[in-house]
Design a protein around this ligand. Structure first.
Ligand SMILES: NC(=O)c1ccc[n+]([C@@H]2O[C@H](COP(=O)([O-])OP(=O)(O)OC[C@H]3O[C@@H](n4cnc5c(N)ncnc54)[C@H](O)[C@@H]3O)[C@@H](O)[C@H]2O)c1
Ligand SMILES: [Zn+2]
Length: 344
């Protein structure tokens, strides 16, 4: 029988997060450790059906919010603060945040600031992206106007309760998009993990992915070094999301971004052809309408590129990520041309 239940604690320099991962976990027993404190449950509107019975079982006050990037604002945070205050929430009471990465980022931000961060925060991720990526690592984020994720805090949730039955209602596209983060973590972490991507049970891969993410975060909580490896594929990925006005999902764009980073790694002789083909083979054949190079704007200002170039997370082999500073525009374009031919 394959393993279906995991429990552990991830330790970081500034705190720790417990994980319980399995199936059918949303009941009073799982959350008994919070009693006798007051509990509020903040839930994504699209998982209301699962949130309502849980709130009832826990005697929790329930606030249901619309998900999506528009939820990540100070205005939404204000609504949650008000709800918590009116529900009588005080220091050491518990906020359970149930939703995808957007409601998750909002809820963690609120937990980290309400009563000066003295609430207990429990994350219940309901998308694969939230489960594999945003719930763990202690980064909360809100947007200001068009400027994304510019407000935020570092605050590790006390616990993540990851119930894999929740992902059954995700569309195939959302599931695949979130799974890209798991594939990314495998590529930068470990050969055995990578080789099991096509064969192991999803819950096992999710646990592996979280364990490796915790490993990178523990080395570099505040994103100055090893944690940046988790951005593999994201430099071009974010630019493609913007250039396609988010017609390309985050996962789809990062998937292409990873293949681009692999090509750059070959051009810089970090990877041999054989290594490249073994890793790139994982992605299989795919078609995509890539925007022309002129519409792709990566992080650093293109006007500065001729002087400084662009930084990328590249690969010297599976489990061997590295940061290459100042890649020239000529090389970037060469890799992009290659990509366009591949995806045609
Ligand atoms: N804090 C971090 O470290 C971190 C890391 C990565 C991404 N993020 C953030 O995560 C966000 C993206 O998260 P996301 O992809 O989960 O998006 P999301 O929260 O918008 O969820 C996507 C959609 O799925 C719906 N949904 C959620 N759970 C569902 C379920 N079980 N069944 C059916 N539908 C469901 C939501 O209502 C929403 O419509 C971005 O804002 C990004 O910045 C944060
Ligand atoms: Zn990502």
């Amino acid at each position: 029988m394959p393993k279906k239940y995991w429990k552990c604690t991830f330790k970081f320099p500034s705190g720790s997060t417990k994980l319980e991962l399995g199936f059918d976990l949303l009941d009073a027993k799982t959350f008994a450790f919070l009693q006798p404190r007051r509990i509020c449950l903040l839930a994504d509107r699209n998982v209301r059906e699962k949130a309502e019975p849980l709130a009832k079982a826990l005697g929790a006050s329930l606030l249901v919010m619309r998900a999506g990037e528009s939820a990540k604002t100070l205005k939404s945070a204000g609504k949650v603060y008000e709800f918590l205050y009116n529900a009588g929430m005080r220091s050491q009471d518990a906020l359970i945040v149930m939703g995808g990465g957007t409601v998750g980022d909002l809820g963690l931000f609120v937990a980290s600031t309400y009563m000066r961060g003295r609430l207990r925060c429990i994350m219940v991720p309901t998308t694969v992206l939230a489960a594999a990526d945003s719930s763990l690592g202690g980064k909360s984020a809100l947007h200001v106007g068009w400027a994304k994720n510019v407000i935020g805090t570092y605050f590790h949730p006390e616990k993540i309760v990851c119930d894999c039955t929740l992902f059954q209602t995700l569309s195939e596209r959302d599931f695949a998009s979130g799974f890209t983060e798991i594939a990314k973590t495998a590529i930068i972490s470990d050969k055995i993990f990578f080789s099991r991507l096509h064969e192991a049970a999803f819950s096992e891969l999710l646990f592996q992915s979280l364990s490796w993410k915790a490993h990178f975060v523990a080395q570099d909580e505040h994103d100055h070094g090893a944690r940046q490896y988790l951005n593999f594929g994201h430099t071009l990925g974010h630019a493609l999301e913007s250039a396609t006005h988010h017609k390309m999902s985050h996962g789809e764009a990062v998937r292409i971004g990873m293949r681009y980073a692999l090509r750059l790694s070959v051009l810089l002789n970090y990877l041999s052809w054989g290594q490249f083909e073994r890793i790139d083979g994982y992605f299989g054949y795919a078609q995509a309408d890539l925007p022309p190079w002129e519409e792709v704007h990566m992080q650093q200002d293109k006007k500065q590129l001729s002087k400084k170039g662009q930084d990328f997370v590249l690969l010297r082999g599976i489990g061997k990520p590295c940061i290459k500073r100042g890649v020239s525009e000529k090389l970037q374009m060469q890799a992009y041309d290659w990509l366009i031919k591949d995806f045609a």
